[in-house]
Design a protein around this ligand. Structure first.
Ligand SMILES: *[C@@H]1O[C@H](CO)[C@@H](O)[C@H](O)[C@H]1NC(C)=O
Ligand SMILES: *[C@@H]1O[C@H](CO)[C@@H](O)[C@H](O)[C@H]1NC(C)=O
Length: 395
């Protein structure tokens, strides 16, 4: 079974386990916590919305991603690990009350490979008409491969024109021959992330198909959602065994620059790094900076970063804040628009950490908040669940 060899290379993630909360009421995934829901349209933390059945396999849940619909309802999807068959899919749960209560809404099923939608879902709303799809169309990217992890892997793109209720396969984005493991030499693909830039949809992902790199970070572009460019490197180290991973990207609107965060799994563990570029297609041309807090502790973050930018809630000069989550930290790194290496403050959240915990600026009754979506950690699956928080913009 695959988790053993997937975990073998993840020694750096021990840090996550060590960072896991120890008190019973603070353990993500405790079924008892499921009885609790916050009041609608309030700020809250540690709200479990999906507790997987005991028949779930591997990690039960991981890697949650979110979206907000125009009516302010919230969606969360995640990597699910049910007993199969039927084939695994990417479930979508919905909240109509600001994230307080959630229910099953829909799911993104593999319509073409016969393998299931297995890893790393990502949701993106088209802000403009694109490729024949109206503005407001929701795109979903994800990784499809067999349960055995042998026989190939696709990053696939689906679209929904009815607010994420039903889904249609649009295109294959990238192929790897597999197996879908993190072993050096296995031709795997991971972690798609979508943006719109310069009239193109850009998909960033982690790529193990180039023998010169155990893993590198790349992107492809499309004009029509169907035909994709060849991959272009964003982060690739000359040492073959280095493994940069898990791209996320945000637009710093005030300066019109772009920031990408990633984990750099090399000699020094999987510490979070970032790059800032004028053009998100040219990250390869700029050097990376290691992320650390600007207090005397100079604390770093390990693995699974997620970056967002937001206008500053207390200023009206157009400036904003960059917020970065790391898998092993409950708190977040908050910096100014210049992304200065010595400008990252540690800001507490009071919310659980999670592997690749995602962040999204949402509007709750018209007020800007940050939705945190957690799918659990690489610990025992019984401790994992899907949980969320809605908090004022950390600053
Ligand atoms: C969730 O909803 C979808 C769409 O209605 C349905 O196909 C699926 O079976 C439901 N899943 C669960 C776990 O109830
Ligand atoms: C850390 O960075 C913040 C800006 O994000 C700044 O306001 C603060 O003064 C810095 N702290 C130190 C100790 O440099």
């Amino acid at each position: 079974m695959y988790p053993k060899h997937l975990l073998t290379g993840l020694a750096a993630l021990q840090a996550l386990l060590l960072a896991a909360p120890t008190t019973a009421q603070d353990t993500p995934g405790q079924p008892a916590s499921d009885d609790w829901s916050p009041a609608p349209f309030t700020d809250f933390t540690k709200n479990i919305l999906f507790y997987p059945p005991s028949t779930a396999v591997n990690w039960h849940t991981l890697y949650a991603r979110s979206l907000q619909l125009p009516d302010e309802s919230l969606l969360i999807t995640w990597e699910n690990y049910p007993l199969e068959p039927p084939l695994v899919n990417h479930p979508i749960w919905k909240s109509n009350d600001g994230g307080a209560t959630w229910s099953n809404y829909s799911q993104i099923e593999d319509q073409v490979n016969g393998w299931g939608m297995r890893f790393q879902p990502f949701l993106y709303t088209l802000p403009v008409e694109f490729g024949g799809f109206p503005a407001g169309t929701i795109l979903a990217a994800g990784v499809s491969c067999p349960f055995s992890l042998e026989g190939g892997v696709w990053i696939d793109l689906y679209a929904s024109t009815d607010l994420a209720k039903t889904w249609t396969f649009i295109s294959h984005v990238a192929y790897g021959a597999g197996p879908e493991t993190i072993a050096n030499g296995d031709r795997a693909l991971w972690e798609p992330f979508l943006i719109l830039y310069n009239n193109q949809i850009v998909i960033f992902y982690s790529d193990q198909t180039d023998p010169a790199h155990s893993q590198k970070l790349v992107h492809r572009t499309t004009d029509d959602l169907v035909t994709w460019s060849d991959p272009v490197a964003d982060v690739a180290y000359s040492r073959q065994t280095d493994r940069p991973g898990m791209t996320t990207v945000a637009h710093i609107e005030s300066t019109d620059k772009w920031i990408m965060t990633f984990e750099y799994c090399g000699a020094g563990g999987c510490r979070v790094h970032y790059k800032v570029a004028d053009n998100p297609l040219l990250f390869d041309e700029v050097d990376a900076t290691e992320l650390h807090t600007n207090d005397t502790s100079r604390t770093t973050g390990t693995s699974g970063p997620y970056v967002i930018w937001t206008p500053h809630p207390d200023r009206d000069d157009g400036s904003g804040l960059i917020i970065i989550s790391a898998s092993n930290r409950e708190w977040v790194f908050v910096g100014e628009d210049d992304a200065d290496a010595e400008g990252w403050k540690r800001v507490e959240t009071g919310h659980w950490s999670a592997y690749s915990r995602s962040l999204r600026v949402v509007s709750i009754k018209g007020e800007k908040k940050v939705l945190f979506a957690n799918g659990g950690n690489f610990g025992p699956g019984e401790l994992n669940s899907v949980a969320c928080a809605v908090l004022p913009i950390p600053r």
